[in-house]
Design a protein around this ligand. Structure first.
Ligand SMILES: Cc1cc2nc3c(=O)[nH]c(=O)nc-3n(C[C@H](O)[C@H](O)[C@H](O)COP(=O)(O)OP(=O)(O)OC[C@H]3O[C@@H](n4cnc5c(N)ncnc54)[C@H](O)[C@@H]3O)c2cc1C
Length: 386
């Protein structure tokens, strides 16, 4: 087992770290949180640096790199803010991977080059008002009509909604019940009958476009089917890659909080000494570091196992669940280290804690991940509907 990063990987991390300092990403993170504006201005720079689609197929303009490189980039950028990392996330571990792995030649040519240039992006559209954790209860429906399908339904909490050019929609083909009737199609922004709800007001992740998608008799050409009915297991396999990206966001946010807490503990004085000289401050910071290191090993293990394909379902579930809970604990401790200032918007840790809270729900809740892990540990399926 080799726990060392290659020289190129170290250089990638260093390049992003110095770019973040040079381009004042800490200030940008604060500005995004205050204004709620998605940082579109970063797309051109990221495209030029080859960060967008760095793991996608080179034949279509992708970088052809292993998934771990994208995870390292997401982690490094998320130390500043998940919003600063989000286009690297979407273009590498988002649903564009489903198109890269399962899409037709025509779909790949139409989408991947644009994603790598930062001109297009794809959102994943699973959740419905009555189908979140219980995803296979989804009712968004496709009905055949000549060469096309007619799509009706509503999706909620869709990250990137309104901003993205393409929407990878989990939908039911006809009336077939359960997961066997589910497949995935591409809806394009601007299609007649496809509209957006109002922007969500979340606790954190401010700056992330998110809203409902409304499909009213939207005509979807047959060529937009990425995964036909019955392909739900493949869709979940590709979603496991996204879960590793979600966990990498947690590593980044926790890493940012740890750095901020260490710096503050050396600068802030109490009782005539820097507070880092008190064990009561050192130990929680050491605990933050230990939890982060453990999560990092789990996330890297899941991603290294994936190469350019899929991670193990178990490894991805363990990594996401652990990292999701770790980042809440770590950012919460960071806030305590900052005392009263931690609760103030003057310092970044209150934002980090607000952002941290999203991940244990987004991408599958930690409870649902534990159900997956239980079924793998006991080697049997626990039907939640019984
Ligand atoms: C910031 C953010 C971004 C998101 N982005 C997207 C996106 O881009 N695309 C998308 O499709 N969705 C997105 N979501 C939605 C997200 O995937 C769902 O919120 C999540 O899957 C949970 O579904 P729900 O909200 O309906 O909760 P519910 O399914 O109603 O669950 C409510 C609670 O009950 C628990 N629960 C439910 N069933 C069980 C069970 N059998 N055993 C134990 N506990 C159970 C859950 O763990 C949870 O705590 C996003 C959500 C957030 C917060």
């Amino acid at each position: 087992m080799d726990f060392n990063l290659s020289d190129e990987q170290k250089m990638l991390i260093e390049t992003l770290r110095t770019m973040g300092e040079r381009e004042k990403f800490k200030e940008l993170a604060k500005e995004i949180d205050a204004t709620g504006e998605f940082p579109t201005q970063l797309l051109g720079t990221y495209a030029e640096m080859g960060l967008l689609g760095m793991v996608l197929s080179p034949e279509y303009g992708g970088g052809g790199q292993p998934a771990i490189n994208a995870i390292l980039a997401i982690e490094e950028l998320a130390k500043f803010s998940p919003m600063i990392a989000s286009s690297v996330f979407e273009s590498n571990v988002g649903p564009v991977r489903a198109i890269d792995l399962f899409g037709t030649e025509e779909q790949k040519k139409a989408i991947i080059p644009g994603v790598c240039k930062g001109e297009q992006s794809v959102s994943v559209c699973m959740t419905e008002p009555e189908a979140g954790s219980d995803l296979t209860a989804l009712t968004t429906r496709l009905v055949e009509d000549g060469d096309d399908y007619i799509l009706n339904g509503r999706k909620i909490f869709i990250s990137g909604a309104g901003h993205a050019s393409h929407y990878f929609v989990y939908a039911r083909f006809g009336d077939k019940k359960g997961y066997k009737g589910i497949g995935g199609v591409l809806a394009e922004k601007g299609m007649p009958g496809f509209s957006f709800g109002r922007q969500e007001e979340f606790l954190g992740l401010r700056g992330m476009p998110s809203c409902d998608l409304i499909f009213e008799d939207v005509r979807i050409p047959r060529k937009n089917v990425v995964i036909p009915e019955g392909g739900f297991p493949d869709m979940m396999l590709t979603f496991d890659i996204e879960r590793c990206g979600n966990a990498a966001m947690c590593l980044g946010v926790a890493g940012g909080a740890l750095e901020a807490a260490k710096t503050y503990a050396q600068e802030r004085h109490a009782f005539g000494r820097p507070i880092c000289e008190f064990q009561g401050v050192q130990f929680p910071i050491v605990d933050m570091a230990m939890k982060l290191e453990a999560a990092r090993l789990l996330v890297y293990r899941a991603v290294m196992g994936a190469g350019r394909g899929f991670p193990s379902i178990y490894d991805a579930a363990v990594a996401k669940c652990f990292a999701n809970e770790m980042v809440i604990e770590v950012t919460n401790t960071a806030m305590q280290v900052f005392g009263g200032y931690g609760y103030s918007k003057e310092f970044p840790v209150e934002r980090m804690l607000r952002d941290a809270r999203a991940w244990c729900v987004a991408g599958g809740t930690v409870q649902m991940l534990r159900i997956t892990m239980a079924s793998l540990l006991f080697a049997r399926r626990f039907d939640q509907r019984k």
